[in-house]
Design a protein around this ligand. Structure first.
Ligand code: MRU
Length: 344
């Protein structure tokens, strides 16, 4: 990978500011949990696993920043950090999963120095495990990709959305590494254009043949048999297999069903939320109207028009052909298969 989405070195935490891509490759240096919460909310870092990793480093950063305080003040500053980070974005469950894991690393009976050290170790582990999970997902996922395949992907589920390699794009990368003849259609993904700005950038850098299309072009290309498979990531998978992902994913799933094209979802197990029974119960983020009004400070919508900006949608599990995780592939996921898979 020619870039680091997130990097932690000697207690310094930097992240690639994805709002500036592809024009500028700039790293933000963050010094507190509040900085990290703001970077997540403003989407300097985005994508479910990357948000989880960033939140973990945010807690580690806060612990290092407050390590000189007496134990009660130190623990209370950590509580504030957890609270700020948990409010940064609501849909990607990896955020809450990572925060829970960080909480589990705290032994309140220990000194601030020992707790800070344990939190740094936990954050680094979450980061490393995510890269390994993506590699494994790539290995399992590429087995269901035909030798020659035109793949449509949506939003960005690549190295930029994770600690490295990517989930959906990880499968594409692994299929290429296995020598398969892969080409990609990247949907631009309105309103924040993660497909046009991020997916196209990542794939072009590696010479993976990629064609950018407007979101509304996908259906017609499917009807002309120009797309063999859809692979997307996920922000949260409910216990019955319903999938929350970037707004517009549901449309792609319906289109794929209509045209008999496999619709594959790739995500680490940390994205599966067995406490949320179905997609209806997944909290869906609504963002401000300016993102729909235009882009990059240029507004083109009619003045005063009402706007809704839902950031995610839910694809019912009946439309999912396969869920690819680091532990294997679940075909036609449903409540029974998911719980058996996780228990195995
Ligand atoms: O709003 P974003 O850019 O955070 O949305 C990202 C997505 O919807 C991704 O597809 C999802 O997080 C999976 S990333 C591996």
């Amino acid at each position: 990978m020619k870039f680091d989405t997130l990097r932690w070195k000697d207690g310094r935490f930097e992240l690639l500011d994805q709002r500036r891509l592809p024009g500028k490759t700039e790293y933000l240096s963050l010094s507190s949990a509040r900085d990290v919460a703001e970077a997540i909310r403003d989407m300097a870092v985005r994508g479910a696993p990357a948000i989880g990793c960033a939140a973990a480093f945010g807690v580690a950063l806060e612990a290092a920043r407050c390590v000189h305080l007496a134990a009660p003040a130190f623990l209370s500053s950590l509580d504030d950090a957890f609270s700020a980070l948990s409010k940064s974005r609501p849909t990607a469950v990896n955020l809450f999963w990572a925060l829970d894991r960080m909480k589990g690393a705290i032994d309140p009976g220990e000194s601030p120095e020992a707790i800070a050290k344990a939190l740094e170790t936990a954050a680094v582990s979450i980061f490393k495990e995510d890269v390994e999970a993506n590699r494994e997902m790539g290995r399992f996922g590429e087995e269901i990709v035909p030798e020659k395949c035109s793949i449509l992907t949506y939003c960005n589920a690549g190295a930029l959305a994770t600690a490295g390699h990517g989930t959906a794009l990880g499968i594409i990368r692994s299929a290429r590494e296995a020598g398969k003849d892969i080409s990609v259609f990247a949907c631009e993904t309105r309103p924040l254009l993660q497909g046009a700005r991020l997916t196209a950038w990542e794939l072009a850098m590696e010479g993976i043949p990629t064609t950018l299309i407007c979101d509304n072009t996908a259906g017609y290309l499917m009807s002309r048999e120009e797309i063999d498979m859809v692979i997307v990531g996920a922000d949260r998978v409910a216990a019955n297999g319903d999938v929350a992902n970037k707004i517009g994913t549901y449309t792609m799933a319906v289109l794929a069903k209509r045209h008999g094209i496999p619709f594959v979802v790739a995500c680490p197990i940390s994205t599966i939320d067995m406490e949320t029974p179905d997609g209806e119960r997944i909290p869906i983020e609504e963002r401000g109207p300016d993102e729909v009004r235009g882009y990059g400070g240029v507004h083109w919508a009619a003045e005063g028009v009402a706007i809704r900006n839902l950031a995610f949608d839910v694809t019912p599990h009946e439309l999912v052909t396969a869920l690819v995780t680091e532990k294997g592939v679940i075909e036609s996921p449903d409540a029974e298969k998911l719980s058996a898979f996780l228990a195995s």
